[in-house]
Design a protein around this ligand. Structure first.
Ligand code: PLP
Length: 444
């Protein structure tokens, strides 16, 4: 890392004083699960860029697909009556992948925040088209992360993302996160599912079902700390949403395309949502792209012919040809290499290798995850499970020690999050675990 406080770029998610202290790492190239900094250091990328480079860096097929499209045309809009071949093909491919969920229409955008923001707006418009104009409010989970536009910041359940930007969208409600490790009620998975589902039901009754457009959640919470819900919970969410006539939106921005060991996070729970939001793995991060996918029931509302069924929400870069060409190839690589299956197997090996950290290190309160999304939950005290102070220097020390050994890990608050490319192997896991021992041994 080089000390550089003269960068013209504003860096999010870090305080300027810490950035001055730790300096910046300039990444100049990548190859598979490795990236290289300006000084020529090889770094094992255990963040997959940012949960997204699922097929690995500098993949020749990805590069070829993008350059071939570039040689035809880089961009034309997909508004009104224009479209392009990659967008139409990718939408068809997505609907084929999502046949079990009975998905019917795709709306493209430029990333995860866009995909969720689009879902919120379309959910409201759906109810308007159905003649229920009061159904405008949203419910989501505390600890949920849904992106950074004003709408999605409002439904995000992590306070630090909201504090500087109030007032946000009104009438967004939260119910507790389904965290088995840290909750005030129980250590029994089924009981926790019942409690959280009851909380949803009570919230709906308190607000009035005629006022609620949708409930939105990640099938496995990512940035909030890799919180894997009880297996029973999502089927209960589906049941409650159906009972009160509320749309169920799955934010699959992280879990889509194999990261959790299934092609989609919801498939872990055998649940079909009404709307799915996709990004990141959709193009493996090679070019920004988001997609909001509607099931048949929701899509049907737009068959009305009046002006009220016009979707007055579309981004300049919706259906960007280069991004969609990248998406088609990213999906084909996931399918050819069965990367979701690799994520399940290598992820399980990673979890098994990390579980002993709970016994070895007083800092590690919990180790959990699914597929290649895994977290070490750091604590001040194992008995109280009080999270390590996010401002503790230990957080940064761990990251820096790992990086000194050629491994990039991510610190989020009091958590070390591991989300490598889905091409990760057992031998990469061994390197990562050895490096984590090196780092934890030095801060313990
Ligand atoms: N939803 C989830 C679950 C995410 O993890 C993220 C980003 O990490 C987003 C939405 C926002 O995506 P983007 O940063 O592409 O806008």
């Amino acid at each position: 890392m080089t000390n550089n406080n003269h960068s013209p770029v504003l860096h999010p998610m870090v305080s300027p004083s810490i950035l001055n202290l730790i300096g910046q790492t300039t990444i100049v190239k990548g190859d598979g699960v490795f990236v290289y900094d300006k000084q020529g250091n090889e770094l094992l990328d255990c963040m997959a860029g940012l949960w997204c480079v699922n097929v690995g860096h500098n993949h020749p097929k990805m590069n070829k697909a993008i350059t071939e499209q570039l040689e035809k045309i880089a961009f034309y809009n997909s508004f009104v009556d224009f479209t392009n071949e990659p967008a139409e093909m990718l939408a068809n491919e997505l609907l084929t992948w999502l046949k079990p969920e009975q998905m019917a229409k795709v709306m493209f955008s430029s990333g995860g925040s866009d995909a969720n923001e689009t879902a919120l707006k379309l959910a409201r418009q759906y109810w308007l088209l159905e003649g229920q104009k009061n159904k405008t409010q949203f419910i989501s989970l505390t600890n949920g992360y849904h992106g950074l536009h004003f709408g999605v910041t409002s439904i995000t359940g992590i306070e630090i993302h909201k504090q500087a930007y109030a007032p946000l969208l009104q009438n967004c409600h939260h119910i507790p996160t389904p965290c088995l490790y840290r909750n005030p009620w129980t250590s029994d998975s089924d009981e926790l599912a019942d409690i959280i589902a009851s909380q949803l039901e009570e919230k709906i009754i308190a607000i009035g079902e005629h006022n609620i457009a949708a409930f939105i959640a990640e099938p496995i919470q990512g940035a909030g700390g890799v919180i894997v819900p009880p297996a029973k919970l999502w089927p209960l969410f589906r049941k409650v949403c159906d009972k009160y006539n509320i749309l169920l939106i799955a934010d699959e921005v992280v879990t889509g395309f194999g990261r959790s060991g299934e092609l989609f996070g919801c498939r872990n729970w055998q649940v079909s949502p009404d709307i799915m939001c996709l990004a990141k793995g959709l193009t493996s991060g090679y070019i920004p792209l988001g997609a909001t996918v509607l099931n048949e029931k929701v899509a049907k509302a737009w068959q009305h012919s009046g002006p009220e069924s016009m979707i007055m929400h579309g981004y300049t870069y919706s259906g960007h040809p280069l991004a969609c060409a990248a998406g088609l190839t990213a999906l084909s690589i996931v399918q050819e290499q069965q990367l979701h299956i690799n994520a399940a197997q290598v992820g399980e090996y990673l979890l098994q290798s990390l579980r002993p950290f709970k016994e070895h290190y007083s800092l590690v309160g919990d180790v959990r995850g699914k597929g290649l999304m895994v977290v070490l939950d750091l604590v001040e005290c194992k008995t109280s499970k009080a999270p390590l102070d996010p401002a503790s220097p230990l957080n940064q020390q761990l990251v820096q020690l790992a990086q000194s050994q050629g491994v990039i890990i991510r610190n989020v608050g009091s958590k070390v999050i591991l989300s490598p490319p889905l091409t990760f192997t057992r031998s990469h896991v061994d390197t990562l675990v050895k490096t984590l021992h090196f780092a934890f041994d030095r801060v313990s």
